[in-house]
Every structure is written in structure tokens, then in C-alpha cells.
Design a protein around this ligand. Structure first.
Ligand SMILES: Cc1cc2nc3c(=O)[nH]c(=O)nc-3n(C[C@H](O)[C@H](O)[C@H](O)COP(=O)(O)OP(=O)(O)OC[C@H]3O[C@@H](n4cnc5c(N)ncnc54)[C@H](O)[C@@H]3O)c2cc1C
Length: 418
């Protein structure tokens, strides 16, 4: 029976503290005080009226969600950031670093004590000012919470798709130009879904790896005994590393793409890594055998098969006991069927209604599939538009096949689509 390791969970459980709701401006100063605004005067009525007018204006500007006071990242208004670096991975993909025009010394989403921490998955909206549209993008997790990160610097891995409005607009922007952001918007509550379970397998296509890195970092920092497997499918090797010529006759150990159709491990010493692979290698160096990163490259003819995924599910939970209670038939956190109508945007996570088991948290290992629609459909079945929201839809694809072949995996793993 997998008893929870309470001390290692502290950073997550702390975020349940009342009052730490995402989007709440906890540090908003109380600028208006009726008593202080009425001066001692021989004409109190006139000063009272003036005080009330100014007080009202002050109150409006300090409490209105669209007020000019909201200069740092918030979920209501768009605020400016400057592009401070841009690194191309391929003709259509790039990593940009952006710095807030108005730095927030305490960005809530990075700190373990904030409510955002229990939602490792989060994104922001970028605005396209010319055609007034916005799209979501997922920040790469900070490699470590440095002073720079505290000032709100964010990095994004973006691909320009077809004739896509927003992604091509972002692709055209250069260092020094501004972008406009709103957020954070939080995704699935992974912490309570995982509960006492220990395994995350994250299957990502292209830029879909970023939420996998967010999830891995939070899970591996928050639990001493969690294991994460990141399976990353890319179109071109340039997404992962440069194409430096080599004089050796056969493939070297780092030239994983030359080794045929099987996935290859991305290790600590990957040669000439791109910015995303460099960060993955840093995570590998930090977490060691607790994280496994496998890569396939479409143009090299490799892809993740059913068997590769089944092995990853088994390998990631090797040596871990299944958690105590995983069968809540009406539990919106742990029942696969009840996820069909769930949206990935989940600021208020549903409560767990699994039968309580003494001394253990309920929970399920998480198999998360993230990427373009076709990728998600192939591996987990299509997401479905329902009542104006993009829902998970029925489980299908390769994950559905695995679950029907191995009922044990079906009972221990929850599949989520991003
Ligand atoms: C929570 C969330 C986080 C996201 N994070 C990221 C991220 O970190 N990086 C990132 O690059 N994208 C990310 N996306 C996707 C992003 O929001 C946009 O959907 C994407 O950039 C396309 O927007 P667009 O305006 O350029 O294309 P649109 O104008 O909306 O679409 C134009 C055409 O491109 C097609 N198309 C749209 N998306 C894709 C695709 N992925 N592959 C192939 N064809 C496509 C459409 O079918 C359409 O025909 C995220 C999406 C969500 C919901």
C-alpha cells in the first residue's frame, strides 16, 4: 500500500490554504480610508463631498479589474512584455524570452506557497492587436527560480502553423518589440489526481512537450518518490539539436536519430542541443533516473508505438505499489468516464469522492497526451466540442487500445488530453 510521504508533499498541500485563490490580489493595498479623507474643517460638508468624490475615483481605480493599476500579469487585462531574445529551432519554430514592461517582484505562479503551484499546468493568452484575437501559449518552467525568473521573465516554445494568424504574427516579431499577455490560466489539477500514485507518462508532439516539462518539474520537486517519463515526438531533428556535421563513419551515441525507428533516450550530454533539449538535459542532470526522456523524429521514420507506450507505463511505475483507492465511480478527479465532459481549464478543481482509505490518499498515475489535434486523436481519441467548451471526449486511440488489452493499467492510470 503506497502511504503518502507527507513531508515531501508539503509544498503542494500548503497551497490549499484559504485565501490563496488564483487571481485574487492578496497584496492590494487599502488606499482609501473614509475617516482619513475627511479633514478637520469649519466646512465639513464641502470637504466631505470632495472627499467622497476623490475617494470614489480612487476606489474605482484600485478595485476595477480593467483599471490602469493592473500593469502586471493578470487574468483580466493584457499587459505589455518586451521580446528580449529569440532563438530559432527550425524555419517554423522558435523560443522567445519576454520580459515584463512592469515587473512584478513576486509573480504568484512561480512560488511554491502560491495557489498556482497546485496547478502545475498553466498558460497565458497572447493578443494579436491587428486582428484582435488571442491564443494560449505555455511558458517553459524556469530552470531554477533565479532572480531573473522572479522579475517575471517568461520563455515560450512556439511553432508557426500553416496560415495561422497568431503563431505567424509571433514568428514575425523581433527582439525589442512588444507582445501583450493575459493570464495565468490554469489547467488540470494534477496534484489531487495523482494523490498517492507515483507515475506520470507524458506523450507530447512538438511544442506539446512544454506542459510535460511543467508537470515533470512540479511532480519531481514535490514528491521524493515520483517518476516521470517524457515521450517527445518531433517532426525534424532540429527541434532537438543542431545538425553539426560529423566525420565518424557510423552513428555516435548522441546521434540518436540515426539509429532507426525506435525511440532514443535524450541524455545529459546531448551534443549541440537546442534550447528545449538543453533544458531537458538539465532536468535529467538534476533528477537523474527519476526522469526518462525518449525522443522520436518523424523525418527519420521513428514514432512511438503501442508497445513503446505500454513499456513506458510499466517502467514508470516499476517498484511502486498501486495507490489505496482508485475506484471512485462518481469521482470527477479519478474516474476516466467522468472526464469525457471535462475541460482542461480547471481553476476550481472538483473534490475527490473516492472511498477514503485509512492512511492513504486515493490517486491515479497520469498518462497525458499533448500536442496538435491529430496527434492527440491518434494516441487518445479526439477532444470534443460540447456546450461551447473543448472537452476531453471518450478515450480512444492507442491509449484506449492499451486499456482494453490490459485492464490493470486501466484501473491504475488516468488518461488526460491537452
Ligand atoms: C492551453 C494551450 C496552450 C498552448 N500552448 C502552446 C505553446 O506553448 N506553443 C505553441 O506553439 N502553441 C500552443 N498552443 C496552440 C496555440 O494556442 C494556437 O492554437 C496555435 O499557435 C495556432 O494558432 P494560430 O492563430 O496561428 O492558428 P489559427 O488561425 O487558429 O489556425 C490556422 C490553421 O492552422 C491549423 N492549426 C492550428 N493549430 C495547429 C497545429 N498545432 N498544428 C497544425 N495545424 C494547426 C488550423 O486547423 C487552421 O487551419 C496552445 C494551445 C492551448 C489551448
Amino acid at each position: 500500500m503506497g502511504l503518502p510521504q507527507e513531508p515531501s508533499r508539503l509544498v503542494w498541500l500548503r497551497s490549499d490554504a484559504p485565501g490563496l485563490l488564483l487571481g485574487q490580489d492578496l497584496e492590494q493595498p487599502r488606499l482609501y480610508s473614509p475617516k482619513a479623507s475627511i479633514p478637520k474643517s469649519k466646512r465639513p460638508g464641502r470637504f466631505l463631498a470632495i472627499g467622497l468624490v476623490f475617494g470614489g475615483i480612487l476606489y474605482y481605480y484600485t478595485t476595477s479589474p480593467t483599471s490602469s493599476k493592473q500593469t502586471t500579469l493578470n487574468s483580466k487585462t493584457f499587459v505589455p512584455y518586451q521580446i528580449t531574445s529569440r532563438e530559432a529551432l527550425s524555419p517554423s519554430s522558435f523560443v522567445i524570452t519576454i520580459t515584463p514592461r512592469n515587473p512584478d517582484p513576486n509573480p504568484p505562479y512561480l512560488l511554491p506557497s502560491s495557489s498556482g503551484w497546485r496547478h502545475p499546468l498553466w498558460s497565458v493568452e497572447f493578443k494579436q492587436p491587428e486582428v484582435q484575437i488571442s491564443r494560449h501559449y505555455t511558458p517553459l518552467p524556469p530552470s531554477q527560480i533565479s532572480e531573473e525568473d522572479r522579475s517575471g521573465v517568461l520563455r515560450f516554445y512556439i511553432r508557426a502553423v500553416g496560415d495561422g494568424e497568431m503563431s505567424n504574427y509571433l514568428c514575425r516579431l523581433r527582439v525589442g518589440q512588444d507582445v501583450w499577455l493575459r493570464g495565468p490560466h490554469v489547467g488540470f489539477d494534477l496534484v489531487n489526481r495523482l494523490g498517492a500514485s507515483k507515475g506520470i507518462v507524458f506523450l507530447a508532439g512538438g511544442t506539446g512537450i512544454v506542459p510535460g516539462m511543467q508537470a515533470a518539474q512540479v511532480a519531481l520537486d514535490g514528491y521524493q518518490d515520483t517518476s516521470v517519463s517524457l515521450l517527445w515526438a518531433v517532426r525534424s531533428r532540429r527541434e532537438v539539436q543542431g545538425t553539426k556535421p560529423t566525420s565518424s563513419a557510423g552513428p555516435c551515441w548522441w546521434e540518436f536519430w540515426k539509429k532507426g525507428g525506435e525511440p532514443t533516450e535524450l541524455g545529459v550530454n546531448i551534443r549541440d542541443p537546442g534550447p528545449v533539449a538543453r533544458q531537458l538535459a538539465e532536468m535529467k542532470a538534476k533528477y537523474g533516473s527519476r526522469i526518462d526522456v525518449q525522443v522520436v523524429v518523424d523525418e527519420e521514420g521513428s514514432s512511438f508505438s503501442l508497445e513503446n507506450i505500454r513499456k513506458a507505463l510499466v517502467r514508470t511505475t516499476e517498484g511502486h505499489q498501486p495507490s489505496a483507492s482508485v475506484t471512485g465511480a462518481r469521482c470527477f478527479l479519478h474516474n476516466q468516464k467522468l472526464h469525457e465532459e471535462a475541460s482542461e481549464f480547471e481553476s476550481d478543481s472538483p473534490p475527490c469522492s473516492c472511498a477514503p482509505t485509512e492512511g492513504a490518499l486515493p490517486g491515479k498515475n497520469l498518462f497525458i497526451v499533448s500536442g496538435p489535434d491529430g496527434f492527440v486523436s491518434h494516441y487518445a481519441g479526439p477532444k470534443v466540442w460540447q456546450g461551447g467548451k473543448h472537452t476531453q471526449g471518450p478515450l480512444g486511440g492507442v491509449a484506449g487500445q492499451i486499456q482494453s488489452l490490459e485492464p490493470r493499467l486501466a484501473s491504475e492510470w488516468l488518461v488526460l488530453k491537452l
